[in-house]
Design a binder for this molecule. Structure first.
Ligand code: BTN
Length: 258
């Protein structure tokens, strides 16, 4: 694991990364960041680990990652958002990563609703937002990011769908440098996010989304929906044109059918 000094040196940031909590191994960086946030830690605190024993994915799934090869971290944010704007932080995190990595990879990253980043159609990064609300306001949000950097192998069940930067580029990447770039990018974008200006992030996310105009299947908790993904609703839901008209999906697993 890196040291705090190594991470702070060369980090161009005001808020994000103002405190680091670094672990060789942890149950989950999101669980740890939530405990810190509940105890009142300032926004910008970052929890990073080399390995998770109970890494959390979306919809109660687990997130598994080779030890010491990838980036597994969570950031505590406390923007003064009304409850319904919390979803924006997923798009904000995705675009911070896209901007940091595209400059490095010189390759187009695809955004898949709601929170996946893909290279050549395969997922290399997932984002898990865990929010805490107080009445109608966001008290804090923990943004958890799992990014496959130098992972060499994937289990049989994942091989078709998952990838890493190393897999795509056939070379190892400097995890510390990528991490610092992502945090710096987040910090830059967070200034406008705090001011409620979501335009540039949403424009960029829409440009990077490769689902629009494609047939999709959405598996929700109680139903499955088929149609064409046509765009995002103002609150960040996925608009799907079905045989019965337009439907807005706020949670679910989406497969692109082409
Ligand atoms: C997804 O299902 O796509 C979201 C995966 C998010 C995984 C990251 S790894 C770091 C952070 N800590 C966790 O327990 N989960 C997130």
């Amino acid at each position: 694991m890196f040291t705090k000094e190594e991470l702070t040196r060369g980090l161009d940031s005001r808020i994000i990364g103002n405190k680091f909590f670094l672990f060789d191994s942890l149950d989950s960086t999101n669980a740890c960041a939530k405990t810190l946030a509940d105890a009142g830690i300032e926004e910008g605190a970052v929890v990073l680990t080399d390995f998770q024993t109970v890494g959390r994915g979306r919809n109660g799934r687990s997130w598994n990652s080779e030890a010491g090869q990838n980036l597994l971290f969570s950031v505590v944010l406390r923007p003064k958002f009304p409850k319904d704007q919390a979803t924006f932080l997923t798009f904000f995190s995705a675009i911070s990563i896209v901007r940091a990595l595209e400059a490095e990879l010189k390759e187009r990253i695809e955004c898949k609703w709601p929170n996946d980043l893909l290279l050549n159609g395969r997922k290399f990064c997932g984002i898990l937002l865990e929010n805490s609300f107080q009445q109608d306001k966001l008290a804090y949000s923990v943004v958890g990011i799992g990014l496959n950097v130098n992972q060499k192998e994937f289990g049989e069940d994942l091989r078709e769908r998952a990838t890493s930067l190393r897999f795509e580029r056939k070379k190892d990447f400097d995890r510390k440098r990528l991490f610092q770039k992502i945090l710096s990018e987040m910090d830059r974008l967070y200034e406008s996010a705090q001011a409620g200006d979501f335009r540039s992030v949403m424009e960029d996310w829409n440009k990077h989304c490769t689902m629009f105009g494609k047939p999709v299947k959405v598996v929700k908790s109680h139903e499955t929906l088929s149609g064409t993904a046509v765009g995002l609703s103002p609150e960040g839901g996925l608009v799907v044109e079905t045989s019965k008209g337009k439907s807005i999906v706020y949670a679910g697993d989406v497969s692109i059918l082409t």
